[in-house]
Design a protein around this ligand. Structure first.
Ligand code: M6R
Length: 608
């Protein structure tokens, strides 16, 4: 998830672009860059790190003049957060400059083809492929060149392009990534989202998938990928800046909950196409993964819950003994770790000190270290032998949501891969699992429809002093996760338990004031969890069930049922957690809590 701003008009582009970038840093802060057509030369300035680095750098440089330009703030996906990977990217002969948000899934294949045609690459990014491709198609018409190029791209993109030979044109195009055009007075704009253009105009039109815009000072022309004219719907943005940054959601957390279908699609797609599963960025050879005799997962909080879910998949599919250790405990025990251990650090930020120390310790014991991380180039990937990235985009709310579901997706894909490498999972057996993975984004989208019903439940039970969450097998860690979300957001005491454990003690807590949230979707232990729920119901406990549609057995037991789509059990936690996230969110809102910044907590815990 990156930020894009473009300007074409009579005035200087650079100040407007920098002002737009200042309002986009919540979309990424790995690097920032600006490009203008300065005379007859495309001039690019870019710096790694936050926008301030670029601003300081520009102060030392000759002024960037020009009335057409683009700016970009980056959240790295392909290629580390370095200067040469920063956007904008120039084409081979410096005739085209491109900024991009999204992931080009077929970039390796396109790169190979372009190399054969003599194109030289200066970065490791997928974006540079677009710049070369546009140049390759350019025959004097910028819009046509971008149209031909995007018809060769798979994945997701919002693109801004500027041409050396066209001082009054910007081109925008999108697929699965937001992009809008802004209508000003004698000047027009391109942006990934509204906050970037709010000081200049409130009249915008959001492009649809596979639409392109040709933006000139005097007007904007939109076409589809077949070249047919389109008539975009122009709307007036009435939001203030803060709401616009949240795309109209009242909190970043809610926005991030709703981003999960997109984040999961970006994470899963490109790694699986039903037949195959590959992790192009994972630099660990298959023979080293095959040699592992055990897996040790180290992580904290929500990331540890993702690890706990993955344990079921690693053991079921790859038949490899797997343990999950809280990173904060790992160094203070005597972990049995050696050269035959695959140690996996799971982390959104890549900076959690406990996790960093744990994975370093695992490496010192000889383990092969792998990171599952959301932030490219952060400390934990740098400390590991290889990394697989969750493409969740920046997560701003302190409560982890889209990072969690994408961590589960990556870990389960890894479990499938490991199973195939170790010969415990045939290609035929893997195929339905990969298909189920590919359907997860749609299932999560459907699960989000429970929002209204969950909000009502939240208002009804926000006064409860305690909550219990129960689940079994793959959904047992979601009991912990549901309880953690509620605790951290609402400050209500909540506990997560494996449902079978209730009769070993916690059942004593249950009375007619005590809500228990039971995740009881179909799976191997479905009948067992129904029995556990009966034990609670018999004692007058209030049962809120997360179940599959039309489940008469659950309806007979639970006071409230929240329905989510049925999936195979392995992928179900990514779906069943949605109502748990929403319940915690709405209870916190009902109680007037600071949802995005709960008291006493920080987004990245960089101290031990
Ligand atoms: O950045 P990390 O994933 O390493 O953070 C680990 C935990 O601090 C984190 O998951 C925390 O538990 C969540 N923010 C809670 O929602």
């Amino acid at each position: 998830m990156c930020g894009i701003i473009g300007y074409v008009g009579p005035g200087p582009a650079t100040p407007r672009i920098l002002s737009g970038l200042q309002r986009l840093d919540y979309r990424g802060y790995d690097s920032a860059g600006v490009v203008v057509l300065d005379g007859d030369r495309i001039r690019v300035e870019k710096m790694p790190g936050k926008l301030d680095h670029l601003l300081d750098h520009l102060k030392k440089m000759p002024a960037m003049n020009g009335c057409v330009g683009l700016g970009h703030t980056r959240w790295a996906t392909h290629g580390g957060p370095t200067q040469r990977n920063a956007h904008p990217h120039l084409s081979h002969r410096a005739t085209v400059a491109v900024v991009h948000n999204g992931i080009i899934e077929n970039h390796e294949e396109l790169r190979r083809r372009l190399r054969k045609r003599g194109y030289r690459f200066a970065s490791e990014t997928d974006t540079e492929v677009i710049a070369h491709l546009v140049e390759d198609h350019y025959r004097g018409d910028p819009l046509e060149a971008v149209r031909r190029a995007i018809n060769q791209l798979d994945g997701s993109f919002a693109i801004g392009a500027l041409f050396r030979d066209h001082p009054d044109v910007l081109i925008g195009a999108r697929l699965n990534s937001p992009l809008l055009v802004g209508y000003g007075e004698g000047a027009n704009y391109l942006a990934s989202d509204a906050p970037a253009v709010l000081p200049f105009t409130r009249k915008v039109a959001y492009l649809e998938d596979r639409e392109l815009a040709e933006i000139r000072p005097g007007g904007i022309r939109v076409i589809d990928a077949g070249g047919r004219p389109r008539d975009p719907k122009v709307i007036d943005i009435t939001w203030d800046f803060a709401s616009a940054a949240k795309e109209g959601y009242p909190h970043f957390m809610l926005k991030e909950v709703y981003e999960q279908p997109r984040a999961l699609a970006d994470t899963i797609r490109g790694r699986t196409n039903r037949q195959h599963l590959h992790f192009p960025e994972l630099e660990i050879p298959a023979r080293r993964l095959r040699a592992a005799k055990r897996v040790t997962i180290v992580a904290c909080g929500t990331a540890a819950h993702a690890g706990m879910t993955a344990k079921y998949a690693f053991e079921e599919l790859a038949r490899i003994p797997t343990e999950v250790v809280l990173a904060s405990e790992f160094r203070y025990g005597d972990p049995v770790i050696g050269r035959d251990t695959l140690a996996i650090a799971v982390t959104q930020s890549g900076e959690t000190m406990d996790t960093l120390c744990a994975i370093r310790a695992a490496k010192e014991h000889g383990a092969l270290a792998l990171a599952v991380c959301n932030v490219v180039g952060s400390s934990i990937p740098r400390a590991c032998d290889g990394t697989v990235y969750t493409h969740a985009g920046p997560e701003i709310g302190v409560a982890s949501t889209k990072a969690y579901t994408t961590q589960i997706a990556v870990l389960e894909l890894l479990a499938i891969r490991l199973g195939m490498i170790r010969g415990t999972l045939t290609r035929e057996a893997a195929r339905p699992l990969l298909r189920a993975m590919e359907r997860v984004p749609a299932a999560v989208e459907k699960a989000l429809e429970c929002d209204g019903g969950v909000a009502k439940l939240a208002r009804k039970y926000a006064g409860s002093r305690n909550f219990m969450y129960i689940g079994r097998r793959y959904n047992f860690p979601n009991a912990y996760e549901g309880a953690l979300k509620l605790k951290e957001l609402s400050y209500i005491h909540a506990e997560g338990y494996g449902a079978g454990e209730m009769k070993h003690g916690p059942l004593a807590l249950v009375d007619d004031t005590f809500p228990t949230v039971a995740v009881c979707t179909k799976g191997r232990a479905y009948d067992k969890i129904l029995s556990n729920m009966k034990e609670i119901e018999a004692r007058g406990g209030i049962l809120i069930a997360v179940a599959n549609p039309r489940d008469a057995k659950v309806r007979a037991l639970a006071r409230h049922v929240v329905e989510v789509p049925q999936t195979i059990e392995m992928v179900s936690p990514m779906v069943t957690v949605v109502p748990l996230q929403l319940l915690a969110y709405h209870i916190a809102v009902t109680l007037g809590r600071d949802v995005d910044k709960p008291r006493n907590l920080a987004k990245a815990v960089t101290v031990e």
